[in-house]
Design a protein around this ligand. Structure first.
Ligand code: GDP
Length: 369
């Protein structure tokens, strides 16, 4: 295809073959656009017509270039993470790239946390985890990109910390960054203004700029795919099942030692040693849980993954990574966290194991509830 066609919204080179990449436009829309002289990439088209920003992912190299560029600016960095997938939300080495710029860490999807969990506990944990990764955020906030009132208060916080500077919003895909940006656009600039203020014609680093009151901008940057995200291994329909949509309703199980719980076919929890006790599961309400005997669990999984144990779907099983085991010795009330899925609270001392697809983290933390 002719390389010279550019989107009149953001300036990106138009292409019609890779829907997940920058500059994509369906063929028919491309032809219509050329004819009418109003050629937009799908991303800008959706933004113009539906008030909807799509996240476009970058290659690792482009993303590093983008981060390096941000490091040379004097700006506030807003790093959006998914509170259900903190490990899968981390941008490796972010602290090295941001230079002296302050980072505001924003945990999204607050609306699905069970009411019994105090937000301050989640914030404290996020701060600790960030420090372990070398990131020292200026502040940690929770928000729900779906709720207008939360966005209002987030914008106030941003205003406090940006001190007359530009704001860069960064995050990996699936954390809800587009949903958040769409809300911010609705509450601040309005769509038309955003499209016409793009200052970067012809760049491949597709940024969307939302004008702020003092002549500065809030800049949405493309997300990067994080290969260690559970979401990365699943199709769109499955994502709906594992990503909590509503407030989580915890499910409590009484387990004896040598019993296993399957979280769909995505993860597995073994109670290896300890007294009979209760275990509370915090995952999306639609995710099916199955209990079996530990000694039969591996054979049970092999037989039923993609069938009784879904997701993954039958046609996804062949591509789905094997489950990898992490063993933990428990001394106090502890959460076993399955990145991208949720967590299981273990109340009594003992030995447990968490299994997740190869590449996805299972970690333990002091129980939040
Ligand atoms: P992006 O890839 O980071 O741009 O993520 P999206 O904005 O596309 O959101 C990813 C998924 O998370 C979608 O299914 C959204 O509906 C969902 N999502 C985004 N924000 C929230 C939120 O505040 N609460 C909940 N429950 N879901 C959210």
């Amino acid at each position: 295809m002719n390389e010279e066609w550019q989107c009149i919204g953001c300036g990106v080179h138009i292409q019609t073959s890779e829907p997940d990449q920058l500059g994509y436009t369906p063929k028919a829309a491309f032809e219509r656009g050329v004819e009418s002289g109003e050629l937009y990439c799908q991303r800008c088209f959706r933004l113009r017509h539906y008030n909807d920003i799509q996240d476009v992912s970058l290659t690792d190299d482009d993303f590093l270039r983008l981060l390096n560029e941000i490091g040379t600016e004097d700006a506030l960095i807003v790093n959006v993470v998914d509170i259900f997938d903190f490990n899968g939300s981390l941008i490796p080495g972010l602290h090295r790239f941001v230079g002296d710029n302050p980072v505001l860490l924003v945990g999204n999807k607050l609306d699905v946390l069970p009411k019994s969990l105090k937000p301050s506990k989640m914030i404290q944990w996020m701060r600790e985890r960030a420090h372990e990764e070398g990131l020292r955020p200026i502040d940690v906030k929770l928000t729900s990109a779906k709720k207008a009132s939360d966005i209002e208060s987030l914008l106030e916080t941003i205003e406090t910390y940006r001190k007359g500077r530009d704001v860069y919003v960064v995050g990996v895909t699936n954390v809800g960054k587009s949903t958040l940006i769409n809300q911010i656009i609705r509450q601040t600039a309005g769509v038309k203004e955003v499209i016409t203020t793009s200052r970067f014609p012809g760049t491949t680093l597709d940024k969307i700029e939302i004008p702020l009151e003092d002549g500065h901008f809030l800049i949405d940057t493309p997300g990067i795919i994080h290969r260690h995200q559970m979401a990365h291994y699943l199709g769109k329909k499955d994502l709906k099942i594992i990503a909590p949509q509503k407030e989580i309703k915890p499910k409590t199980y009484q387990l004896n030692a040598e019993q296993t719980l399957f979280l769909g076919g995505l993860a597995r929890f073994d109670y290896i040693q300890g007294e009979r006790s209760s275990f509370t599961v915090y995952t999306a309400n639609d995710l099916d849980l199955h209990r079996t005997k530990l000694e039969k669990a591996t054979a049970f999984y092999e037989k039923h993954v993609g069938g009784l144990l879904q997701p993954p779907r039958p046609d996804e099983v062949a591509e789905f990574p094997e489950l990898v085991r992490f063993e933990f010795s428990i001394k106090e009330r502890t959460d076993i966290v399955f990145a991208g899925l949720g967590w299981i609270t273990v109340t009594n001392p003992g030995v447990v194991a968490g299994w997740a697809p190869k590449g996805v983290d299972v970690i333990k933390r002091k129980a939040l509830i």
